[in-house]
Design a binder for this molecule. Structure first.
Ligand code: ZN
Length: 183
């Protein structure tokens, strides 16, 4: 994000250790969380993106916002309880800007959690929405797209990512690499 940006948050990009931590459960669904969701949505729409997880703005909480064209939504403490099928889709990530890969994931999932009013949410999702939920939930577990690639693709992708995101700050980043789950 350019200096002087008026967005509430900068999106953290590959190499930032916050993207590699496991986020903790949200304990209070309150006005503060609703404000955070609003700010995250502003940031998400500006990119533009269709989903944004709290760790992507530096907040280690199990929470994400999304909008696939049917209005803004949020899921707090999401859990995928069932998954089935297989679907290949070219997937990108706001934390890995400009890159995308074909990734195979379950096609359908059942996700549960809470909305911003504290009501239970239980959704069956297919294809794009299912993909979005799986992607955002990965962020809550410190998992990035690169972890979902096959070995050969990952080798090439790692090189590309290092060149693009880690080069400018090599000494500092090599320390944080200890936290990256890269083989
Ligand atoms: Zn992402």
């Amino acid at each position: 994000m350019a200096p002087g940006s008026s967005l509430p948050y900068d999106i953290r990009v590959f190499g930032d250790p916050v993207l590699r931590t496991v986020a903790s459960e949200v304990t209070d669904i309150d006005g503060k969380l609703a404000k955070l969701a609003d700010d995250m949505l502003v940031t998400m729409y500006a990119e533009p993106g269709i989903g944004l997880a709290a760790p992507q703005v530096g907040i280690q909480k199990r929470f994400f916002v999304y909008d696939t064209g049917e209005g803004p939504e949020a899921i707090v403490n999401p859990v995928i309880s069932e998954s089935s099928g297989e679907w290949t889709y070219v997937e990108g990530c706001l934390s890995v800007p400009g890159l995308s890969w074909e990734i195979v994931r379950p096609k359908e999932i059942h996700i549960t959690g809470y909305d911003l009013h504290g009501n239970e949410v239980s959704l069956e999702a297919d294809e794009l929405l299912s993909r979005l939920f799986q992607h955002e939930l990965d962020h809550l577990d410190g998992i990035l797209l690169i972890d979902r690639l096959d070995d050969d693709t990952r080798k090439t992708a790692k090189r590309t990512l290092r060149e693009r995101f880690l080069q400018l700050d090599a000494p500092k980043q090599s320390e944080t690499n200890g936290g990256l789950r890269l083989p």
